[in-house]
Design a protein around this ligand. Structure first.
Ligand SMILES: NC(=O)c1ccc[n+]([C@@H]2O[C@H](COP(=O)([O-])OP(=O)(O)OC[C@H]3O[C@@H](n4cnc5c(N)ncnc54)[C@H](OP(=O)(O)O)[C@@H]3O)[C@@H](O)[C@H]2O)c1
Length: 246
């Protein structure tokens, strides 16, 4: 099911900074024909649009606003690879007073946003021959980190949704990819206090492109992620990855 990104048309959410921006630049460097740069405000896509005229095309997608997702799907009918990268991480423990609010906010973006993206773009990917849908999950999808307990819960839920998408989209020939980085050097890692141990976003982008080429579901791109994969791989290969029996 895998394919090269060369000459393909992609869309990346949360593409104006952090991991998303590096994914856009990596896809273009590897020969993608066009990449829709998903941003909450069009101006935020200007830097990439100016740097890659005609190839980096800003498009408004706010995962908190489903009308923008539907409008983007009506505009980007030629997309073959969707990377749902946008996400929020709030530093909040499950016993904090604000845990209900932070859990809700993160579910809105990290889980309901994923659901809305998948529902809007699955029919487009089908029409365009299958393609691929990649989701930025995390190592915290597998193991909760207490200081970011509510974020961890949202990323566990998004991983669960990603597994269901893999099963449901297999029939239309769409590859689903679940990316699980550890700490990566972006604003998010800085805000969460992980910058000292963070690794470059290019590791994530390169591993994602490789997984799409090889038709792989699980991606564990950096040192911490690979360490976790070492312990998790047996379970993943034997329990998560085999087709579900109905
Ligand atoms: N950095 C890490 O250590 C790490 C590790 C594992 C997984 N991840 C995951 O990787 C993804 C990217 O993380 P990052 O580190 O690059 O984060 P980041 O530096 O904080 O950037 C987040 C991006 O998402 C966008 N975004 C936020 N809320 C949005 C919404 N409601 N709708 C649309 N876009 C929205 C932001 O846009 P604005 O500029 O408009 O805010 C920004 O472009 C996230 O899903 C994150 O959970 C990150």
């Amino acid at each position: 099911m895998g394919f090269s990104v060369e000459n393909r048309i992609a869309l990346v959410t949360g593409a104006n900074r952090g991991i998303g921006k590096v994914i856009v630049e990596t896809l273009l460097a590897k020969g993608a024909k066009k990449v829709y740069v998903g941003v909450r405000k069009l101006e935020a896509g200007k830097e990439l649009a100016d740097k890659y005229p005609g190839k980096a095309v800003p498009i408004v997608i706010d995962l908190n606003d489903r009308t923008t997702i539907k409008a983007a799907a009506a505009q980007a009918k030629d997309v073959e690879l969707v990377v749902n990268n946008a996400g929020i991480a709030l530093v909040s423990k499950v016993l904090d007073d604000n845990a209900f609010e932070t859990l809700e906010q993160q579910f809105q973006v990290n889980v309901y946003g994923l659901l809305a993206m998948a529902q809007a773009f699955a029919p487009i990917l089908k029409t365009n021959g299958g393609g691929a849908f990649a989701q930025l999950n995390s190592v915290v999808s597998l193991k909760s980190f207490g200081d970011v307990g509510t974020y961890s819960a949202s990323k566990a839920a998004s991983y669960s949704v990603t597994q269901s998408l893999r099963e449901q989209l297999a029939g239309q020939g769409t590859l689903v990819v679940s990316v699980h980085p550890g700490p990566i050097a972006t604003d998010m890692a800085a805000d969460a206090g992980f910058m000292e141990i963070a690794e470059p976003p290019s590791l994530v982008a390169e591993a994602l492109v490789k997984a799409v080429a090889n038709g792989e579901f699980h991606v564990f791109p950096d040192s911490m992620a690979r360490q976790m994969w070492g312990a998790y791989e047996g379970f993943a290969r034997n329990v998560i990855e085999p087709a579900a029996s109905h």
